[in-house]
Design a protein around this ligand. Structure first.
Ligand code: PLP
Length: 408
């Protein structure tokens, strides 16, 4: 299945780089092939360059606030009465979520490539804000594409981006949401590819993005592994993370993949129903297909049309999932489960009241799985939950939803 600007190139799975098992690859118009190859080479070269790493590490530490704490959630642990729970506090990073790790990395890479103009697309606005932040930091021009429907729903983030100096371009085609904004960003990139870097926000899109974005988030599991060994002198029983495109999850999983005794649990958005259109659980109802440059699981109808999705959390509300997760799913190395809107909202309340931490609604899906799993495990077991972001951005939705349900 092919959507929007993406056309299947002549390449076959065996011939293209950037595969994760059968998944991934590079399904883009010929006009973008040169740009992707340029990016791949620039990234490979930066990876080998100590000065690039020094600058990245410096900004992650002094600007973004790394390393983030691995916090023992004692009251939540006691409340659930099972496994010992640790939270990896990505919510404490500058701009309030893990997204800044990747934006700093790609911003520095664009600078190395001599590209002074950054484009991005955003749904709820979180990636747009992180991108606008890094462009201000590095003194680069920033254009963010956003569906007009999303601009109305997320006005505060539009204002944030503008205050940071970014130009927000409303997209009025199609459903006026994320996928239309992605198509516009692709069009811009094709036209301005010589001067412009497309700063993609998750482990999605054509090679090298899924690999590169994963590498920029690997720092999460590097730190978590070191921290849990320092605190407990052993590895956890499981790592739990929510999965939208899959960047915070793959970052939290990656260094544990070779540790076969550590379960890797990804939590998708179960939305408010099991039929197509009511959720964003790609592994419960999706099937392999191509969307926006990569081959992975896609929620689609019998004709291969991309399905509508729903989640209370905008960051998990996407019809496809990063290709590396598709491979981890098929190999059985990682497990994927889901939390419904209601479970995520309940988990938000539980974490707020036991620990004084308001999780992003995305992260609350991981907390919900922890709440389900912890009581089934013994007290000697350890769970690490990746708390991908903070909940301030969701206060409007929380106020509405929690009042509707009468939870006080
Ligand atoms: C964007 C976002 C996500 C979803 O993106 P992934 O690429 O799946 O990590 C999850 N949590 C928060 C807080 C986000 O802002």
């Amino acid at each position: 299945m092919v959507s929007g600007m993406e056309t299947l190139s002549e390449t076959t799975p065996q011939q293209v780089a950037g595969r994760f098992g059968a998944y991934g690859g590079r399904y883009v118009p010929e006009t973008l092939m040169a740009a992707l190859e340029e990016l791949e080479h620039a990234y490979a070269e930066a990876q080998k360059n100590p000065a690039f790493h020094a600058r990245l590490d410096d900004l992650l530490h002094n600007y973004a606030g790394r390393p983030t704490p691995l916090y023992h959630a004692a009251r939540l642990t006691e409340h659930l009465g099972g496994a010992k729970i640790y939270l990896k506090r990505e919510d404490l990073l500058h701009t309030g979520a893990h997204k800044i790790n990747n934006c700093i990395g790609q911003g520095l890479l664009a600078q190395r490539m001599g590209k002074q103009r950054i484009i991005a697309e955003t749904g709820a606005g979180q990636h747009g804000v992180a991108t606008a932040t890094v462009c201000a930091l590095l003194g680069m021009e920033c254009v963010v594409y956003m569906g007009e429907e999303d601009m109305q729903r997320q006005e505060l983030n539009v204002l944030r981006m503008r205050l940071l100096g970014a130009e927000v371009r409303g997209v009025s085609s199609g459903s006026k949401t994320l996928k239309d904004a992605i198509n516009e960003a692709m069009r811009d990139w094709v036209t301005n590819v010589r001067t412009t870097h497309y700063l993609l926000g998750s482990v999605l899109g054509a090679h090298p993005y899924p690999m590169m974005v994963r590498d920029f988030h690997r720092v999460i599991s590097k730190e978590a592994k070191r921290q849990i060994l320092e605190k407990e002198n052993r590895l956890p029983s499981a790592i739990i993370a929510c999965v939208g495109g899959g960047s915070n999850a793959i970052g939290a999983f990656y260094e544990f993949i070779p540790e076969k005794d550590v379960r890797l649990i990804g939590v998708e958005a179960g939305g408010n129903g099991t039929t197509l259109g009511m959720h964003a659980a790609r592994f419960r109802g999706g099937s392999p297909g191509v969307l926006q440059g990569t081959y992975s699981y896609v929620l689609q109808d019998d004709d291969g049309q991309v399905a509508l999705t729903h989640s209370v959390s905008a960051g998990l509300d996407y019809a496809s999932i990063g290709p590396e997760h598709a491979a981890l799913h098929d190999s059985g190395r990682a497990e994927y489960t889901l939390a419904t809107d209601e479970q995520a909202l309940e988990a938000t309340v539980t974490l707020a009241r036991t620990e004084g931490i308001l999780p992003a609604l995305e992260s609350a899906h991981a907390v919900a799985e922890c709440i389900r799993l912890a009581p089934t495990l013994g007290q000697h077991e350890i769970l690490v939950v990746n708390l991908s972001g903070r909940g301030d951005k969701d206060m409007g939705i929380l106020a509405r939803e929690l009042k509707l349900k009468g939870a006080r």
